[in-house]
Design a protein around this ligand. Structure first.
Ligand code: PAF
Length: 278
């Protein structure tokens, strides 16, 4: 496995590497990322993972500085998962001049997580667009845990005509249901015990939709109250149409229930897709 830090070196390495399957990450990897790398093997001759903590997608009060940088451990894990090339650029390499051109994501990027993290998806879309241009993959793989991110990246690929295919992978969970996330490492022991509650609340909401309940705002409020009673600070719990991320219509059959909530200083997100036959 090659570890490469600069764009020219990467492009030289990929020059005759055949089709590329690409897994963009911010490092501090967990089993969910490694599963993406394993899946990537089936989608390209060369598997490239990037590790880059992208300053553009963090707000001024967010955890950019605290975000764990664990390059050596990440590389060891990537190598055993079958990665061929790790691209780990510096901030100066990715943003060698001030980034004055940014990608304006679709309006839905200002709702859900976007309402609480202004500019976040603009930063994600911009760095992902740059990474796609640098790596030129045939396929790029993303996890469904970041459901809204996946939606924005699909829109980016479609609307800017990127010649690549997006593959989405299911969320990997700990045995107690907690979605794997690099930020789980911020949780105290006590918070870690509480953390699966977000998924449990979304599951019970999803079950009620399956059972025919369509009073979405009551369901959302009930779920938020349940978490708040347990000491969580809820950003949102929302039922949306899985295809548009907008409020469901009467004809909606594919729903997604999304939630974002804080346990102490840690913001957790999760979601569940719910399909109903009409
Ligand atoms: O999901 C992430 O790790 C990041 O948002 C991504 C897609 C690598 C862009 O920085």
């Amino acid at each position: 496995m090659d570890l490469i830090h600069t764009i020219p070196e990467l492009q030289q390495r990929l020059h005759s590497a055949g089709s590329v399957a690409f897994v963009p990450t911010m490092g501090n990897l967990h089993a969910g990322h490694l599963e993406l790398v394993r899946l990537a093997r089936a989608h390209g001759a060369t598997v490239v993972a990037s590790i880059f903590v992208n300053p553009l997608q963090f707000g001024p009060q967010e955890d950019f500085d605290a975000y764990p940088r664990t390059l050596d451990a990440d590389c060891a894990q990537l190598q055993s998962a079958g990665c061929d090339v790790v691209f780990a650029p510096s901030v100066a390499e990715m943003y060698s001049v001030p980034q004055q051109i940014e990608i304006l994501p679709p309006p839905i990027a200002r709702e859900l997580c976007g309402a609480f993290r202004p500019g976040h998806f603009q930063g994600v879309a911009t760095v992902v667009a740059k990474l796609f241009n640098i790596v030129q993959p045939a396929v790029a793989l993303f996890g469904k845990k970041d459901y809204q991110q996946l939606f924005v990246i699909r829109a980016l690929v479609q609307q800017l005509n990127y010649p690549l295919r997006i593959v989405a992978a299911e969320t990997l969970r700990a045995a107690d249901g907690l979605a794997l996330s690099s930020r789980n490492g911020y949780l105290s022991e006590q918070e870690r015990q509480q953390a699966p509650r977000l998924y449990a609340v979304l599951q019970s909401l999803a079950a009620q939709i399956k059972n025919g309940n369509r009073d979405f705002s009551a369901l959302e409020q009930g779920a938020s109250r349940e978490l708040e009673t347990l000491g969580w600070r809820v950003d949102y719990i929302a039922v949306r149409d899985a295809g548009t991320l907008l409020a469901p219509l009467a004809a909606t059959q594919a729903f997604v229930v999304l939630g974002a909530a804080w346990l102490g200083k840690t913001r957790l997100i999760d979601n569940i897709e719910v399909s109903v036959a009409v």
